[in-house]
Design a protein around this ligand. Structure first.
Ligand SMILES: Nc1ncnc2c1ncn2[C@@H]1O[C@H](COP(=O)(O)OP(=O)(O)O)[C@@H](O)[C@H]1O
Ligand SMILES: O=C(O)[C@@H](O)C(=O)COP(=O)(O)O
Length: 412
């Protein structure tokens, strides 16, 4: 294995997986730290954790366990993948995990911090994160149910998460051929953790090249764009991937504006839908009744808890944020595992935390990255089983995402 990555959630890990697979690397996403060595035909392995919204010390511990396994597989460069909207709380977990990885790798090389993912509108300029033409803090992410993002200045926000000084690589330096030199100068000046501007794929390719030989690189999936060409020794055919036929089910616990719009479009196109309320779930709604309904529908039935910020707040005020998240994620996890038992073979899951819960519940240990559904979202297949999944970040996907995903999972 040439490249090892640690993803702080499941959708994010498959997003990076897509970038690396499109760069020609045979890529597998692991569900947690594997208990056995990687197969021989894996160039890039991504360990997907669900460490984005857990206490920082636990996120650090899990990330270090993942690092050890990747080092045992021979990886010389490690990517820490977090969200392109830098999802985290002021106390972490991005800063604490970066610090712990630096210490474990015993490196004083520069460490890039770059969540930019231009294909989905995320760019970093003058140290600030934008989502299309809006600052992060005005993009809708300020309403995120778990980590409201209210500070778009990544240098200032990251400085709250780490004791180490935070540096900056400005766009002008990248575009004038000074990227590697500036990174080295910043690290030399004691600012090893460096927020990097990037507004285009070209900037990210330059960053990938500038990071040649650096043991640790961090960012959104965009940071993976420039790494395969640096790491890949041999050109080869892209890996073959075939779809899976059989019944499909879509699940959504994502409350993002993009997902809610995709749900509306699925409904407008005649898709069968059932909304589940937090209150019903906490009140003991069973997956079985919903699956009976789903089995009776044709096409792509969709079960969702997704709601607008006002209703999410109301549920959180009533039951507590953690209880809502736990109940809803647990419910979707049970739904997914029972759906597979009943013979569903294609599961589409919207939401990072939701997908983490779903993937763990279906007892998958490794997912082979397949073709793109939409930017940032590949089709994946559970290794050794006839089950295909799509794990969609809340913010990603075109408005016809659900039906398109069902088709791509089927190999169409
Ligand atoms: N109606 C709801 N009220 C409160 N919380 C909800 C509701 N629906 C989903 N959630 C929770 O909100 C969180 C959404 O996060 P996630 O699944 O990561 O989606 P996204 O990718 O959009 O961030 C999950 O923890 C989910 O369980
Ligand atoms: O980088 C991204 O935006 C995604 O890959 C990602 O991490 C998605 O997280 P969620 O929005 O929680 O699904």
């Amino acid at each position: 294995m040439k490249l090892g990555a640690i993803g702080d959630d499941f959708t994010g890990s498959s997003d990076l997986g897509l970038t690396l697979a499109q760069g020609g690397m045979r890529t597998v996403q692991y569900v947690g730290v594997p208990g056995k060595p990687a197969a021989a035909d894996v160039d890039a392995g991504i360990i997907a954790l669900k460490s984005r919204s857990i206490p920082a010390d636990e996120a650090v511990k899990q990330s270090l366990d993942a690092l050890r396994w990747l080092q045992e597989q021979g990886c010389k460069q490690i990517v820490f993948k977090y969200c392109s909207t830098f999802d985290s709380m002021p106390e972490g977990n991005i800063g604490p995990v970066i610090e712990a990885l630096i210490d474990a790798l015993e490196t004083d090389a520069p460490v890039i911090v770059c969540p930019a993912f231009p294909a989905t509108g995320r760019t970093v300029y003058q140290g600030h994160l934008f989502v299309h033409d809006k600052l992060l803090s005005e993009s809708g992410m300020e309403h995120h149910p778990l980590n409201p993002m209210t500070d778009p200045d990544l240098r200032r926000f990251l400085a709250r998460q780490t004791k180490r000084p935070v540096g900056h690589l400005a766009l002008a330096a990248i575009q004038s051929g000074q990227a590697r030199k500036t990174l080295l100068d910043e690290a030399e000046a004691g600012r090893q953790i460096i927020v990097c501007d990037a507004v285009s794929n070209q900037d990210l390719l330059i960053l990938g090249e500038a990071a040649r030989g650096f043991p640790l690189v961090t960012g959104g999936s965009g940071i993976g764009l420039g790494l395969p060409s640096v790491l890949r020794a041999d050109e080869r055919e892209p890996a073959k991937w075939s779809g899976v036929s059989g019944p499909a089910l879509a699940l959504s616990g994502s409350c993002s504006a993009a997902t809610r719009n995709q749900i509306a479009v699925h409904r407008a196109e005649g898709g069968a839908q059932r909304k589940v309320e937090v209150e019903e779930i906490i009140g003991g709604l069973t997956p079985a009744e919903l699956l009976d309904w789903a089995e009776s529908c044709g096409g792509l039935p969709l079960i969702y808890s997704s709601d607008d910020p006002h209703s999410v707040k109301a549920a959180q005020n009533r039951f507590g944020q953690d209880r809502c998240a736990e109940a809803v994620e647990g419910f979707f996890a049970n739904l997914a595992s029972q759906a597979l038992e009943r013979g569903f073979t294609r599961i589409i899951s919207a939401g990072g935390e939701t997908s983490g819960a779903v993937v763990r519940a279906v007892d998958a240990t490794a997912l082979r990255i397949g073709p793109m559904i939409d930017p940032g979202v590949p089709a994946v297949k559970i290794e050794g089983r006839k089950v295909a999944l799509a794990l969609k970040s809340g913010n990603f996907g075109a408005e016809d995402f659900f039906i398109k995903a069902a088709r791509v999972l089927e190999g169409k």
